[in-house]
Every structure is written in structure tokens, then in C-alpha cells.
Design a protein around this ligand. Structure first.
Ligand code: HSE
Length: 308
């Protein structure tokens, strides 16, 4: 086997109370990549469609992540990478992570799987640095592992995959404006008050407990963010209107997806998700900004090989 086609799903990071530690994997929205084993050593990005991204290996998240993996092996081969972007850069649903995840996943497969999926996340995070200036795993972990993931710790990396309650649906409103993760991180204060921290870790514990016990009400009560959302929401037109529309129409919770500008809601059941998506769309219309809506179950598989 010398060539693989990979599906690299979009993800929602943070989930309000879990800044830089929580994420979930989406179905149906994602990039495709072709990874090819070649005689020439190193990583070469041969083609990018759907986005204006650098072809230079060291400037491309897939290239950097792939090189990090390759440098940890004694491989006598190299790899070519084609990236077919469907997830727009700066959308808040893990565009850069999908590229990083796809590269390390595909190369690992073609090398005969020397690394576990958990180990691949370490390499994929090296690619994230190019996009955001920081090594965080809350998009790459769910992208590779699927489901909900918690980064229990970064040093050393300690990841936990959490099963998703079956009736949970994610709704994502993706405005066609770009918010760079580095800019969205620059508005954050490096310190938080003890009061806010107590609220936030109570909610994060509640979210984890709610996911394990399939307690949808508890999940909803826990989807609150008193630290990051107040600092970032001004970057997203109509954020409060869209969030309130989601909550008033039955969403369990709603907030900024990753670093924005996408806005997400979690809902119990498809019927509520569709109603919430409609309400969120209506609340965004008067911005005059084009947007996409996605309704998705939680994708338990993560990055995968596809055949066509
Ligand atoms: N946790 C990250 C952030 C996700 O919110 O900045 C975006 O890549």
C-alpha cells in the first residue's frame, strides 16, 4: 500500500467550560487528503485545493506535523501530501487541526502504524503551533480519536476519550468571516479570578459527569463559560442573539466553537437540532454575512481512510 485517501473531520473545541481541554468530533464536515509514500525522503505538499495555504512544508500545518512524525522514525521513505480543504481556515471548527491530523494519521498508516492514535496527537500538535502560536490538543485529539475528548494534562500529554450520549446533536453556524486563532487568543487575559475558576471547573466536572451518565440536563447546565466567551464574543457579529435563539428554542447549551467565529449549540435529538438551526440562522440573517449551517451527530470514529 503506497497511497491512501483520508477523511479528516471538523471539530468543536472548548465546549464553553473546557478551554484548551475539551473537544468533540463532527460528522459529515471535513477535509480530504491523499498521502503517498515516495522514495525521496522528507515531506512534500504537492497540491492544495479549496484554500490559499502555503505549499512549503515548514509553513504548512500538515507538513510540520508530518515532519515531526517522520523525524521520530528511521524511515527510508518520504511522503507526498495532497490537501483538499472543505473546512475554511479561521472558521473555528478545526481547519488546521484536520490537516495536521490527516497528515500524521495517513503517514502512520503507510509506515505500518508504528504509533498509537494517542501518540499521533503529540505530532499533530506541532502543526497547530503554525496556525495558532500555541500547542493545544483540543481540536487534534477529537479529530484523531473521535467522540468527545478531554486533555487531562499537557505535560505529559494525558488524553481521555469520552463516549457520547447517542441522542446528542451539534449545530454549527459558520459565518464566512475569518477569525485567526492567534488574534482570538491575544484578547484573553493570562490570569483569571479564583471566583471564575471555581465556576469554570465546576462546570467542566459537570459536563464530564453529564456525558458519562447521559444526563442531558446536566450537560446543558454545565455548558457555560465565564472566562473566555466574555472576552471573545465581540469578535462575532450577533453572537448573543444567535446564542439566545438557540437556548430559547431548546438547545442544551450554546457558545463559541473553538476560537470562533463559528457558534455551536448542543441539542438532544434531531428534531430540536433542526429547530435550533433554523432559529440560529434567523438570528444571524441581519448581519448580511453569508454563513453555513451544519447539523451533526457526534462522530465516534475520527480521522479515517476512505476509498473513493
Ligand atoms: N482552544 C483553542 C482556542 C481552540 O480556543 O484558542 C482553537 O484552535
Amino acid at each position: 500500500m503506497n497511497e491512501l485517501k483520508i477523511f479528516c473531520p471538523a471539530t468543536i473545541a472548548n465546549l464553553n467550560c473546557g478551554f484548551d481541554v475539551m473537544g468533540l468530533c463532527l460528522e459529515g464536515i471535513g477535509d480530504e487528503m491523499i498521502i503517498r509514500k515516495v522514495a525521496e525522503k522528507g515531506i512534500k505538499i504537492t497540491k492544495i485545493t479549496g484554500a490559499d495555504l502555503p505549499l512549503e512544508t515548514e509553513k504548512n500545518v500538515a507538513g510540520v506535523a508530518g515532519l515531526a512524525l517522520l523525524n521520530a522514525t528511521q524511515s527510508d521513505f518520504g511522503f507526498e501530501i495532497e490537501i483538499h480543504k472543505k473546512i475554511k481556515a479561521g472558521s473555528g471548527i478545526g481547519s488546521s487541526s484536520a490537516s495536521a491530523a490527516g497528515a500524521v494519521f495517513g503517514i502512520n498508516e503507510l509506515l505500518g502504524k508504528p504509533f498509537t492514535k494517542q501518540e499521533l496527537i503529540h505530532f499533530a500538535m506541532k502543526g497547530e503551533v503554525i496556525a495558532s502560536g500555541s500547542e493545544h490538543a483540543d481540536n487534534v485529539a477529537p479529530c484523531i480519536l473521535g467522540g468527545f475528548t478531554l486533555v487531562r494534562g499537557y505535560n505529559p500529554l494525558d488524553l481521555i476519550k469520552i463516549e457520547s450520549p447517542s441522542e446528542l446533536y451539534a449545530v454549527v453556524l459558520h459565518p464566512h468571516i475569518e477569525v485567526k486563532t492567534s488574534d482570538s487568543r491575544a484578547v484573553l487575559s493570562p490570569t483569571v479570578s479564583l471566583k471564575s475558576a471555581i465556576t469554570q471547573w465546576g462546570n467542566l466536572g459537570g459536563l464530564i459527569a453529564g456525558l458519562y451518565t447521559k444526563d442531558y440536563e446536566l450537560i446543558g447546565r454545565s455548558l457555560n463559560d465565564v472566562i473566555v466567551e466574555p472576552a471573545r464574543k465581540h469578535l462575532i457579529p450577533n453572537f448573543d442573539l444567535v446564542k439566545n435563539a438557540a437556548l430559547e428554542n431548546g438547545a442544551l447549551g450554546s457558545g463559541i466553537s473553538g476560537a470562533g467565529p463559528s457558534i455551536f449549540a448542543l441539542c438532544k435529538g434531531q428534531a430540536i437540532a433542526e429547530k435550533v438551526a433554523y432559529a440560529m440562522s434567523n438570528a444571524y440573517l441581519d448581519t448580511g454575512i453569508a454563513f453555513d449551517m451544519h447539523i451533526s451527530k457526534v462522530n465516534d470514529q475520527g480521522t479515517k481512510i476512505i476509498t473513493n
